[in-house]
Design a protein around this ligand. Structure first.
Ligand SMILES: [Zn+2]
Ligand SMILES: [Zn+2]
Length: 457
């Protein structure tokens, strides 16, 4: 797969400059967020405690234009895809959201950027959580193993993982509700990392930069849906932590052109939940066509919804929350919900739109029954138990719509991260060590924590 020559991939920032309108060319959906201006993301040169030792100033490496290839791991189920010429949907360049941290100790350090220098500083093995066979969480199906640190292929980078969020999709993968695509997999697709090493032909980001990886790890860029700027529906996608190894590990590789630039200021544990729970929640609001001032229902109030409500509050929406957990309902009240009820209660007013987060068809029907005419329910779930039979005349007629939310586009990710920085979204998190990854999955299964679970490897 060929990339355009380097002049075509320079000079375009992944985020708009301050005051510039956010563009959402890749989203065919109405974008309430696009009215908002990109924030002045805090530019801090703070050196994080966890990773300070590996950050230094870096020169711009001069890398000749050449080929980039998404190389799914052997046995991924995606390796037999036809290789085709790739025209990237948009020029991409990851710009740092903060100045590179200064060298420590006052002595200028030698520039980093050559693998030979780096390899001397890298250890050769890493700890990673590996799923060999889907199984109930109680049987602790994820095992911590020592594995070779992966090498970034052409167009990829190696990231040292600072934090990785736990998503309900990881449960579906671990339980086998999403069929296995490879013999073994390291899940995790909300990765906050530092670029540690560049594969060949990567010039869009530099070593030491902070970047995020989300569920959409790559696309072919050439299928009919990619060409219609609907890359979330790509026919040949790469899914982080499902078709390629993810972030429940000390290191991960990712495609450089699918990285999301991250600000330096927040702790990694507060950025990780933004990268799927946050982005998908944001996309769900777009799919539901939530507009400023609307009455919006959130059915279920976990990792995704507790971030979506902050977006809605910034749009002056009235938010109606139904959730089965008392602690979730308490959190919803704390975060400014207009009305909070249990899972069987109907909001007291008809809603303009709603998003369902629970993997339950009953909840979808409850949401549908809460809509006014012309309202939209967006289902934010990769897996549902079933959709029960329901009455068309009273629940769907009147141009009510039922829509699913599938994956995300890079633009969704970049727009949301910019908005989150602007309005100061700070996820509620509970952290787990890598060795506690099964406990983290169990906690998500049981709805036992408020906000998001995050693995700190
Ligand atoms: Zn996810
Ligand atoms: Zn495609």
């Amino acid at each position: 797969m060929k990339l355009p020559p380097s002049p075509a991939i320079t000079g375009v920032s992944s985020l708009p400059a301050q005051g510039q309108k956010l563009q959402t060319p890749s989203s065919p959906l109405p974008a309430p967020g696009s009215r908002l201006h990109a924030s002045s993301i805090p530019l801090r040169a703070a050196v994080s405690e966890r990773t300070g030792g590996v950050q230094r100033a870096h020169p711009n490496p001069v890398i000749p234009p050449t080929t980039c290839q998404n190389a799914p791991a052997k046995g991924s189920g995606f390796s037999n895809l036809p290789q085709s010429k790739t025209a990237l949907p948009e020029p991409l360049r990851i710009e740092p959201l903060a100045t590179a941290p200064p060298p420590r100790g006052g002595t200028p350090l030698a520039p980093i950027g050559r693998p030979s220098f780096l390899s001397a500083n890298l250890k050769h093995t890493m700890r990673a959580a590996v799923l060999h066979h889907p199984a109930p969480i109680a049987s602790h199906p994820l095992r911590i193993e020592d594995l070779p640190i992966p090498e970034p292929g052409p167009g990829q980078v190696l990231l040292k993982v600072e934090a990785c969020g736990v998503c309900r999709t990881d449960l579906h993968i671990t339980l086998g509700e999403l069929p296995p695509l490879r013999d073994s997999i390291t899940p995790g697709h909300q990765i906050v990392g530092r670029v540690e090493k560049l594969g060949a032909n990567v010039s869009s980001i530099q070593i030491g930069h902070r970047a995020g990886v989300s569920w959409l790890g790559g696309t072919d860029g050439t299928c009919p849906l990619c060409r219609k700027n609907r890359e979330n529906l790509c026919d040949h996608p790469t899914y982080t932590g499902y078709s390629v190894n993810g972030g429940y590990a000390e290191y991960a590789v990712a495609r450089a052109d699918f990285l999301i630039a991250l600000p330096e200021g927040p702790d990694a544990l507060h950025l990780a939940p933004l990268l799927c729970a946050g982005i998908i929640g944001f996309r769900s609001l777009r799919v539901a066509e939530a507009a400023p001032g609307d009455r919006v229902g959130l059915f279920g109030f976990g990792a995704s919804a507790h971030l979506a409500i902050e977006v809605l509050k910034s749009w002056n929406c009235e938010v109606y929350v139904s959730s089965r957990g008392e602690s979730h309902r308490r959190l919803a009240r704390t975060l400014g919900a207009t009305w909070v009820g249990n899972e069987t209660e109907r909001p007291p007013v008809p809603l303009d739109c709603a998003v369902t987060f629970a993997p339950s068809g009953d909840v979808v029907i409850a949401a549908l029954a809460s809509l006014r005419k012309g309202g939209i329910v967006a289902i934010n779930a990769i897996h549902l138990d079933r959709i029960p039979q329901f009455d068309y005349d009273s629940l769907l007629w009147g141009e009510r719509q039922l829509r699913s939310v599938t994956n995300m586009t890079r633009q969704d990710g970049r727009d949301f991260v910019a908005l989150a920085a602007k309005i100061g979204i700070r996820p509620r998190t509970t952290t787990f060590r890598l060795e506690e990854v099964n406990d983290a999955l169990q906690a998500v299964t049981n709805d036992a924590i408020d906000g998001a679970a995050v693995i700190i490897p």
